[in-house]
Design a protein around this ligand. Structure first.
Ligand code: SF4
Ligand code: SF4
Length: 379
């Protein structure tokens, strides 16, 4: 009989037993979602076995650039974040809100609830767990609860992976959101690859995380194994691709609504909305009503929208943010300034996706730096 594990314990899972973790999650009824190869990148999808992971693959990321290449080893998690985030599952881009059917002189409204699986997110990075906690604040911790988000979020089981590699556009260290997972996980793992051994140092974050390991072969972590795993994450923290000085950043941006840099970025920005689609915290939506020609059936859909779209700021008579300058400024100031007033944190977790997936390589860290530098120069 195994000694019982507890929250906070640190244990070792050998690579050869990794499939047991997936099996244990499946047995508990979770649908496992995790990284897999697809669409020319590493995206999130359903996993049933270890070989569904992008074994031995890594990514290279820079402003406006992403590509995959082989690593030369068999790492399971040797890459950073791709274009997908967990919002694809918790806050899908298209969601039916209701259907209405004509009955006599009125309508019968049907708010059919979808069947939501119990999710286990495997391989969640620290920045993305912070992004989930930010969306939790918006959708379930405020005055109004979004029932669709709440039912998907439910009791999602989170298997975090501490990053063993920093991406070229990552800046979680600047934002205080990584690379080590420090909240919101059931299990957090650090992958350790040596010439003669491949294992995971596992931290148990919750009682149910500990429970999962009752059926998986493990051993208690030695001091040396803990130290080795720590070194992996510390090394990642030293190699961030980007840096953002967040000192008084809210006041900095509030003082600079009319800074000429907004004109400069507007000349480059295509208003394509890519940055908002890939951002794990952006949540702007629009609502569309559709009806059939005889008028017997109508549907209401919620669709992901973007503050870069002209129509997003449409109110009676026209759009309030007509220029690209005003739309980029709105996005960036909301992300790292007004979001703080609204929700108590920035809306940016430093994942770098908006930099990687911007077709013209606009870089939020560079834009913030340019404004700060010009103020310092003026002083
Ligand atoms: S900043 Fe880049 S990704 Fe965002 S809307 Fe402009 S061009 Fe598109
Ligand atoms: S603003 Fe950019 S770096 Fe920040 S969380 Fe969104 S996508 Fe990631």
């Amino acid at each position: 009989m195994k000694p019982s594990l507890q929250r906070g314990d640190r244990i070792v899972l050998e690579r050869e037993h990794f499939q047991n973790l997936l099996d244990a999650l499946n047995k508990k009824g979770y649908q496992i979602i995790g990284p897999t190869l697809g669409e020319g990148s590493i995206i999130y999808g359903k996993l049933s076995c270890v070989s569904d992971l992008p074994i031995g693959w890594t990514d290279e990321q820079e402003g406006g650039m992403y590509h995959l290449k082989k690593r030369g080893d068999n790492a399971l998690f040797g890459y950073t974040v791709g274009p997908h985030s967990w919002k694809n599952f918790l806050f899908p881009s298209v969601q039916q809100l209701l259907q209405a059917k004509r009955e006599g002189k009125g309508f019968q409204v049907n708010r059919k609830r979808e069947e939501i699986p119990k999710f286990a997110f495997l391989g969640a990075r620290s920045c993305d767990i912070y992004a989930i906690t930010i969306q939790d604040k918006v959708f379930i911790k405020g005055k109004f609860v979004d029932p669709h988000y709440a039912s998907r979020r439910g009791d999602t089981f989170i298997v975090a992976v501490n990053c063993g590699k920093a991406g070229g556009t990552c800046f979680c260290v600047s934002m205080g959101t990584g690379p080590r997972a420090d909240l919101g996980f059931d299990i957090a793992m650090t992958e350790v690859l040596k010439s003669d051994r491949h294992y995971f140092l596992v931290e148990l974050g919750t009682e149910r995380g500990a429970e999962i390991f009752q059926e998986i072969p493990y051993k208690n972590a030695s001091e040396e194994e803990r130290a080795t795993a720590n070194t992996v994450v510390e090394n990642t923290a030293k190699h961030m691709g980007r840096y953002m000085n967040t000192d008084h950043i809210k006041d900095l941006l509030y003082r600079n609504y009319e800074h000429p840099r907004w004109n400069d970025v507007a000349e480059r920005c295509l208003a394509c909305a890519n940055c908002t689609m890939v951002c794990p915290t952006c949540f702007c939506t629009t609502v569309e009503d559709t009806g059939d020609v005889p008028g017997g059936h109508a549907e209401r859909w919620r669709k992901l929208d973007s503050c870069f779209n002209l129509d997003h700021s449409y109110i009676h008579g026209g759009s309030t943010r007509y220029s690209i300058r005003s739309r980029y400024r709105q996005w960036m100031i909301h992300k790292i300034a007004t979001w703080i007033d609204q929700f108590g944190t920035t809306g940016c977790v430093g994942c770098g996706r908006c930099i990687t997936w911007c077709p013209v390589a606009i870089d939020i860290t560079e834009e913030a730096r340019a404004i700060r530098k010009s103020e310092q120069a003026a002083e």
